[in-house]
Design a protein. Structure first.
Length: 401
């Protein structure tokens, strides 16, 4: 009888237990408000709706270089107080969400005062830390009782832009491997990187299929051209093989090549040269998430001309799912995860192969294929992905039952 009473008390305590979430983002709230949407954003929306946590602290991507700190200062202005601000110092500001009082947003130049902030917010004792940022690994040791989830969207140690930080990043990944209770990865390559252990799970990206089915093309560059429009959207950085764009533009002068997305410094000169040299190549800049379906709807064929290296093989491009959700033919490099779509995605191994498969896609596209692509995309919805993430979380976390 006494044993039963003790067990019952423990169950009641667990039911009434307050739970807190600290989220280390790979983006900023400003970027999300501007329509820059990624896996981190979709998971955060699901975490908010789940009501699993009584308090959530969403931390903007924390800068780790001087230039990024300056950028954070100019955009985030952490010292600037507003009506929602509940904590402020020169380098840190925490705002409460206007609509959901459980949620707080932190903009900062560093995380050194995080424990103090958590105390000031009267955070629950039972904390889950969900991180996308490898540079936050040392902070994990400050919360020894927290349940730690690391969601790996690519391998930062292989990112060309972070080459000078490789030793530091590798040391952080070792901390993450040791400290994390759960590790999610977007690719099989990352499963191998973290070790095929029982707490490492492959959960690829997803898509809001209904969002991308609603696109309507109303762009002048589409309406004024009877020729095919070949399109790409995403961040234009070192992973993009600009030589393929050049080959295609030269090979198919009647095709219009539309490239949407921000251009990183490392490829800016190459992109400028392409636009000057080829009249049928147009870089149209960043496109907010709300407008992406309209842009993609103008594509006759969508392409993913990525380089194949250790970095790109650790990724799982969101655009692949978005193209399919829009019903578009896709020609891509042999990117990680494309094999799951079999005949719905044409894989190309060279510029010449891209050319021939684009021509084939233009000639063979049909309503039946478009419907199949959209049906396949619906099977990979963000709702299904986040449900899987939470199911695994429920299984492994003693705090979330």
């Amino acid at each position: 009888m006494e044993k039963t009473i003790k067990i019952t008390r423990r169950i009641i305590k667990k039911i009434n237990m307050k739970k807190g979430l600290i989220l280390f983002n790979m983006s900023t709230r400003v970027e999300w408000d501007q329509g820059i949407v990624n896996r981190n954003y979709h998971v955060f929306q699901a975490l908010k709706k789940s009501n699993e946590f009584d308090t959530i602290l969403s931390i903007d991507f924390l800068p780790f270089t001087f230039k990024k700190k300056i950028k954070t200062m100019l955009k985030g202005k952490p010292w600037h107080k507003n009506n929602e601000t509940v904590y402020k110092s020169f380098a840190v500001r925490v705002d409460r969400d206007v609509e959901d009082q459980r949620i707080f947003y932190m903009t900062a130049l560093h995380a050194r005062s995080l424990k103090k902030i958590v105390q000031a917010l009267h955070f629950p004792d039972d904390i889950t830390i969900w991180s996308y940022n490898p540079f936050m690994a040392p902070i994990l040791t400050d919360f020894s009782n927290a349940f730690v989830v690391f969601d790996a969207v690519d391998n930062w140690a292989e990112h060309p832009a972070y080459a000078k930080f490789v030793p530091k990043i590798e040391s952080y990944y070792k901390i993450i491997q040791k400290r994390s209770n759960l590790i999610f990865t977007v690719s099989e390559g990352l499963v191998d990187f973290f070790g095929k252990k029982e707490h490492v799970f492959f959960v690829p990206n997803g898509v809001d299929s209904e969002h991308f089915k609603q696109g309507t093309c109303n762009k002048e560059w589409k309406n004024n051209h009877s020729a095919a429009v070949i399109g790409y959207h995403g961040v234009i950085q070192s992973r993009v093989n600009t030589a393929i764009f050049e080959y295609l533009a030269k090979k198919h002068p009647t095709y219009q090549f539309i490239i949407a997305g921000p251009i990183w410094k490392e490829v800016k000169s190459a992109c400028t040269m392409l636009q000057k040299k080829y009249k049928n190549i147009q870089f149209i800049g960043s496109i907010p998430y709300a407008e992406l379906p309209d842009i993609i709807s103008c594509f006759d064929v969508a392409i993913i001309p990525h380089k194949i290296d250790a970095f790109t093989q650790s990724m799982n491009p969101l655009k692949l799912y978005e193209y399919l959700a829009a019903g578009k033919p896709v020609v891509a490099s042999a990117i990680a995860g494309a094999d799951q779509f079999q005949d719905l995605v044409q894989l190309a191994v060279s510029p010449e192969d891209f050319s021939s498969k684009i021509v084939e896609a233009l000639q063979t596209d049909s309503d039946e294929l478009r419907n199949r692509r959209q049906h396949m995309a619906a099977l990979h919805s963000w709702n299904k992905r986040t449900t899987l993430l939470f199911d695994i979380l429920h299984k492994y976390s003693p705090m979330i039952k």
